[in-house]
Design a protein around this ligand. Structure first.
Ligand code: G4P
Length: 524
């Protein structure tokens, strides 16, 4: 139980948003508080800008940045905070889903003018499926935007979140005066353009006439709003937040460094310290003595001469130690890591030990794939690393017969990294690559050529969706297999998938084969 104090002081979370809502800006301001960086502008945005460069060149540049920003650790008020970076581009949403499995909570950033946007909806849905505690930061209050009550309604309706505001804006845009924080009962005044963080003025009650002295007539509006809030929204209860039942909402302006400190101060008080993870065999508690962890991300080296990669491991329980033998469960092999890296700010450094909630980077020469578990010996397989049914498909063919080995190896490793999914037609052995975004096809082609010296060609395939399928009814299963023989493929794990060429075909199959269950994520 020696780790207990280390566990209790850790907070590992991800920031999610629709591109441009202010995720990068908020991350940067948080790091400034931790003293992890000294100047604004130090965190490179990892979004893929639609500029003159072609997308995949931009992606290569981003890959360089994203090693540095994958995990950003810093100390703040005695807490060790780990921010997990999530890619902004929607074609890389699957990376974000996987990163969420390593986070214990999330902060959702919403643009006050745009409200809830599509990508936020998708990401929050995944968080809700797992009951991840969610805090909401409504950003850009220095700009005109939607009414605060309207935004709360939108959060409830579009995201299905039960919310309660813990801070409240006083005006907005050019009329923005500041925020009243209901958690600390204090008022912070907005000073446009100033990055200086004013201490909040404490108020034991909003009836205090002193309030007028700070915000004039806005005091009446604030009191009215508070009355309405008290009538409509539940009192904040930390346990409901921790179980994912209610999400506290904050208002501010990341660019102006306004409302960020309040967010961080409440965050360190209420956000969960590392929580355990469900494995196929049992639940693993962070306070257990024995080390366990799982790979949620693999990052290939940018240098083609060194094909090693970094596997990012989330420590679930125990202490991970340098130069110690751990069991790679899938391979049933002992592995030792002489130079594990930890991530502080944007720097990597070799460390001797890491604790639950932390992320450790391990040099990998091809042993890992996403979802792999490491332990001190116990056979544990962590759950919750789903593959989603891809949305886009192409046949992949070898375009250079002399390099077929390189191609096979390249595809194999890229799939382990989780860039895309590979299916092999059962009847013809043709390989199909399935992705969630169009960019991945370019990435794969480019990386195969530059990292593996192999060339591939794509051919179109008419496919609507893939669905994993299982059944106890062997008769139905065999009938389905026989009738759909040309439309069945095998995934990398050897599981059967149905290649449905239309929505109609899929629905027909679901109707006809009532005892067969079709799944659209690999976790079933
Ligand atoms: P993202 O990571 O979620 O994609 O968003 P990012 O932080 O890059 O912010 C998107 C744009 O919104 C940036 O402007 C950023 O400066 C701006 N922004 C962030 N927070 C605020 C805020 O509180 N108020 C206002 N008015 N703007 C904000 P940009 O012009 O696209 O980029 P840049 O050239 O400033 O980097």
């Amino acid at each position: 139980m020696g780790n207990l104090s280390e566990i209790k002081r850790r907070r590992t979370f991800a920031i999610i948003s629709h591109p441009d809502a202010g995720k990068t800006t908020l991350t940067e301001k948080l790091l400034l508080y931790g003293g992890a960086i000294q100047i604004a502008g130090a965190v490179k945005s990892n979004k893929i800008k639609k500029t003159a460069t072609s997308d995949w060149m931009e992606i290569e540049r981003q890959r360089g940045i994203s090693v540095a920003t994958s995990v950003m650790g810093f100390e703040y008020r005695g807490k060790k905070i780990n921010i997990l970076d999530t890619p902004g581009h929607q074609d890389f949403q699957e990376d974000t889903f996987r990163t969420l499995t390593a986070a214990d909570s999330v902060i959702v950033v919403i643009d006050v003018a745009k409200g809830v946007e599509p990508q936020t909806e998708k990401l929050v849905k995944v968080c809700r499926m797992r009951n991840i505690p969610i805090m909401v930061f409504i950003n850009k209050l220095d700009r005109p935007g939607k009414d605060a009550f309207e935004l709360l309604d939108e959060l409830e309706q579009k995201l299905g979140l039960a919310v309660t505001p813990l801070s409240w804006p006083i005006g907005m845009g050019s009329d923005f005066h500041g925020v009243y924080n209901m958690y600390f009962n204090n008022l912070t005044l907005f000073n446009p353009g100033s990055q200086v963080v004013e201490e909040g003025v404490a108020f034991s009650s909003l009836d205090n006439p002193g309030l007028e002295g700070y915000i004039g007539e806005k005091a009446i509006e604030l009191r009215d709003d508070q009355e309405l809030i008290n009538g409509v929204y539940p009192q904040f209860n930390p346990d409901d937040y921790l179980s994912g039942k209610i999400s506290p909402v904050f208002f501010g302006s990341a660019l102006n460094n306004f409302g960020v400190k309040e967010l961080l101060d409440v965050f360190i008080k209420i956000a969960p310290n590392p929580i355990g993870r469900e494995a196929e065999e049992r639940f693993v508690d962070p306070e257990e003595d024995s080390f366990s962890g799982f790979v949620f991300k693999i990052h290939a080296n940018m240098d083609p001469n060194h094909r090693d990669r970094i596997a990012f491991v989330r420590v679930v329980s125990g202490t991970f130690k340098r130069n110690t033998n751990y069991k790679h469960i899938r391979l049933n092999r002992q592995l030792k890591f002489p130079s594990p890296t930890a991530f502080m700010a944007q720097k990597k450094s070799v460390i001797d030990e890491v604790f639950p909630g932390d992320i450790v980077g391990l040099h990998d020469t091809g042993n890992f794939k996403i979802g792999d578990t490491l332990t001190e010996g116990e056979n544990i397989n962590f759950k919750g690393m789903p593959s989603f049914s891809p949305e886009l498909f192409k046949y992949v063919e070898n375009a250079d017969p002399l390099k077929s080995k390189q191609l096979a190896k390249g595809i194999d490793q890229l799939m382990d990294e989780g860039v895309a999914q590979l299916f092999t037609g059962k009847h013809n052995g043709r390989k199909i690559i399935g992705t969630v975004g169009a960019l991945q096809f370019e990435v794969i082609q480019y990386r195969l050529e530059h990292e593996y010296g192999a060339k591939c060609r794509y051919e179109n395939i008419n496919l609507y969706k893939t669905a994993w399928f299982v059944s106890d009814n062997i008769e139905q299963l065999n009938d389905f297999r026989a009738r759909k023989a040309l439309q069945i493929a095998i995934d990398k794990e050897g599981r059967e998938v149905f290649l449905a060429d239309s929505k109609f075909a899929l629905e027909m199959a679901q109707q006809k084969y009532k005892d067969i269950k079709f799944y659209f994520t690999s976790e079933f």
